[in-house]
Design a protein around this ligand. Structure first.
Ligand code: Z5A
Length: 223
């Protein structure tokens, strides 16, 4: 049995990760691929408890180091109990955020050392990296306006605009560093256009792409 593929969705607040997760799952299942949908922080009972602690904006102030370590503690559980077993059994894993979020939020947002994040990434993940990352990118104000409509903010959503600008910059830097893995999708366009751009990338991954595919799909940014 061949190993499944590991796909992650990334981006700032309200760019449409959760919305497009269902679309991608559906698309892959239509191509007879068994998909496990999961998220970070979270994905196991223990990791979901860590998520609650991390998002709770009424808890005691969480230090930057504690926040970073809690992200990776949750990730270690998630990899061991969900991600690796699924990939080994040939299933594809579709994950709402993964370690690029740590580079963006703890690295870009909290200004923690990239070398420390990289060290933890190697410790916790070994060689595991996503096969494909869809980075949904939109100007910060657009994502925040979408999220504001939902009401109450969690601990991250309560941050200042400058925090989210730094997060966005760090995500874009990741995309520049890993152009083969990270495909940038413009998320400030109507949903059908976002999903058409995502479909182009998935077609390439599935080997369904021939000369008909947009050249942009083969080289990085999509639309
Ligand atoms: N975090 C971290 O710091 N470090 C890490 O390593 C990890 C995570 C893994 C987890 O929350 C928090 O943890 C996160 C980073 C931190 N911080 N925050 N905040 P999350 O992943 O649950 O958080 P989120 O980014 O806030 O999710 P979200 O707000 O649900 O955003 P989304 O999933 O990208 O968006 P959505 O729910 O799909 O869409 C939002 C709304 O926009 C919704 O009403 C949609 O119908 C609408 N939408 C979506 N697309 C469109 C388009 N194209 N046009 C118009 N409207 C649209």
């Amino acid at each position: 049995m061949s190993r499944g593929k590991f796909i992650t969705l990334e981006g700032g607040e309200g760019v449409g990760k959760t919305t497009n997760l269902a679309f991608i799952k559906n698309y892959l299942e239509q191509h007879d691929i068994a998909v496990v949908v999961t998220r970070e922080p979270g994905g196991t009972a223990l990791a979901e408890k860590i998520r609650q602690l991390l998002l709770d904006n009424k808890s005691e102030a969480i230090s930057e180091q504690a926040e970073l370590l809690m992200m990776f503690a949750a990730r270690a559980q998630h990899i061991k109990h969900v991600i690796e077993p699924a990939l080994t059994h040939g299933k594809w894993v579709l994950c709402d955020r993964f370690t690029d979020a740590t580079y963006a939020y703890q690295g870009g947002g909290r200004n923690m050392k990239i070398s420390t994040i990289k060290w933890l990434e190697n410790l916790v993940q070994g060689p595991l990296r996503p096969d494909l990352t869809l980075l949904l990118d939109a100007p910060v104000e657009i994502g925040i306006a979408r999220v504001r409509e939902r009401g109450a903010f969690d601990r991250f959503e309560s941050e200042k605009i400058s925090f989210f600008e730094n997060v966005r910059r760090a995500y874009l830097l990741q995309a520049e560093l890993y152009p083969e893995r990270i495909k940038l999708i413009k998320a400030n366009q109507p949903l059908p256009d976002v999903q058409s751009a995502i479909t182009d990338v998935l077609r390439t991954l599935l080997g369904l792409c021939s000369l008909n595919c947009p050249t942009s799909t083969r080289h990085g940014t999509v639309k």
